[in-house]
Design a protein around this ligand. Structure first.
Ligand SMILES: Nc1ncnc2c1ncn2[C@@H]1O[C@H](COP(=O)(O)OP(=O)(O)OP(=O)(O)O)[C@@H](O)[C@H]1O
Length: 458
């Protein structure tokens, strides 16, 4: 954009503006300035007239200068200038042409953006600070998880962990849902250890493992001589033991219907009677329960009380099955292998193909099943390298072979060769002779021999 100017006519207008306006010739000599310009630089405006912008820059009044750039580019230019007072100015220079169409002046005007620049710097500092705090938090979290022996690489598990950290800070009832072996007990302990009750007891009650007839005595305890077979001195129940800490009711879905109302009462009132007792006992516990059952279905089937369900389910946390968070498998293998190496005083390495199989297995028994398999492998493999041969047949069979390894560094024909080699190796293992291999693969026996020679597997 260009400006056709008549400065004599506009002299008054120039000085009435509350803007910094400066006119130079092409050599950078200042011809006109608005009154406001002097204020910006802390000098008399008139004192600037006749001065060279180059000299003023050398004196430190402002930098960098605009005139030479506008003269060179012959177009409107905008950039940020710094003044002797430390101000940041957004300066725009416009080329002005005379009637003959020749460039003969440069007009510049500016806006003080010091505050804006300060805000920007503040924002950048805050962003850096937030990034630093976030990294620190992530580090702390992963260290906490590491200390707790929890692997949570997948996004799904990370969500589970951040919800758990949030709820650990308040005494709210938590219901942990998930298939068997996904880590519900581990998470319950993690929540307890992160809570203010961490120095109190963590009492784990497996509701499915207590015989029906003993549930009340185990949970509530009993007074001396209250029933035949009972300890003469009486017994403190598990609920009473959890006082000041966390009561973890595992497999709550297995709690017989007949006992559910009593459990509901103690959760609501935090007080109960021992079997045969007449004195109410007060308890202060935080309740975490867990189940792999569909409690809503159990309610429909009249096996679980709806009111108890609502009490337990204030904050539900669902741990997804391992097969839905495969990113956790490799770190889990590393952690578990390390634990097993320590336990059995043996050093073991997994062959890559073993990891491949473990990554693709269905893990119906989740982490617990992975632990069992690894333990078996560590114990039975004779050498330090665990190979596919050591895997149970059902795991070997469950994994489709991966004949198409995509490798960025290989050409298509190299990848095809690799696949062909794998097929031939498998066929040789299965069919033993080149004649049967040829039959099975639908090519001639000489072709099989030629290809095996090519792959140096004959
Ligand atoms: N994310 C994990 N990181 C490390 N170890 C884990 C993880 N999840 C589970 N485990 C381990 O797997 C095993 C089974 O976990 P846990 O007993 O907590 O499962 P669960 O869901 O409570 O099982 P169940 O429903 O049968 O009671 C434990 O040895 C536990 O330490």
């Amino acid at each position: 954009m260009t400006v056709r100017a008549n400065w004599n006519e506009n002299e008054q207008i120039l000085h009435s503006l509350k803007d910094d306006i400066l006119v130079t010739n092409l050599e950078g000599i200042i011809l006109k300035v608005s009154e406001f310009t002097g204020k910006i630089y802390g000098v008399e405006s008139d004192s600037l007239i006749g001065k060279s912008v180059y000299d003023l820059e050398a004196q430190g009044l402002f930098t960098p200068i605009l005139t030479p750039i506008v003269v060179k580019e012959k177009k409107k230019i905008t950039f940020v200038q710094t003044t002797n007072k430390g101000k940041k100015l957004l300066v725009t220079g416009i080329p002005v042409y005379n009637e003959a169409g020749e460039l003969y002046r440069v007009v510049s005007y500016s806006h003080d953006i010091t505050e804006l620049a300060d805000y920007k710097n503040f924002l950048i500092t805050m962003e850096e600070e937030m990034e630093r705090v976030k990294t620190e938090l992530d580090l702390l979290r992963s260290r906490q998880l590491y200390d707790a022996g929890i692997i949570a690489k997948s996004e799904a598990m990370q969500n589970v962990i951040s919800t758990s950290i949030q709820v650990s800070e308040v005494d709210v009832n938590v219901l942990i849902l998930g298939e068997s072996g996904v880590g519900k007990s581990l998470l319950a302990k993690f929540i307890h250890n992160k809570s203010e009750r961490k120095n109190g007891p963590f009492i784990e009650v497996n509701c499915g493992a207590i015989p029906d007839t003993l549930v009340e005595a185990e949970l509530f305890g009993y007074e001396a001589g209250s029933f035949t077979g009972a300890n003469r001195k009486g017994k403190i129940g598990l609920i009473e033991l959890s006082d000041g800490g966390t009561l973890f009711l595992d497999e709550i879905g297995e709690l017989p219907l007949a006992h559910q109302v009593k459990v509901l009462k103690v959760i609501q009132e935090k007080q109960f009677y021992r079997v045969g007792g007449t004195k109410p006992i007060h308890v202060d516990f935080r309740l975490i329960s867990a189940t792999n059952k569909d409690l809503q279905q159990a309610i429909k089937d009249k096996l679980f009380r709806e009111d108890l369900y609502f009490r337990l389910n204030v904050v539900p946390i669902t741990i997804p099955p391992l097969r839905q968070r495969t990113e956790d498998i490799v770190p889990l293998i590393h952690l578990l292998l390390k634990q097993l190496e320590e336990k059995y005083k043996k050093e073991k390495t997994l062959d890559e193909a073993v990891t491949h199989h473990l990554l693709h297995y269905d893990w119906k028994g989740n982490v617990r099943e992975l632990i069992n398999i690894l333990e078996r492998l560590v114990v039975i493999s004779p050498s330090s390298l665990i190979t596919v041969d050591h895997l149970p047949e059902y795991i070997k069979a469950s994994v489709p072979p991966s004949p198409f390894p995509i490798d960025d560094h290989q050409t298509l024909s190299e990848m095809m060769d690799a696949v062909e080699r794998q097929i031939l190796l498998k066929a040789r293992k299965k069919y033993k002779t080149t004649v049967r291999m040829a039959e099975a693969l639908g090519i001639s026996q000489p072709s099989i021999v030629r290809k095996m020679k090519k792959h140096q597997i004959l």
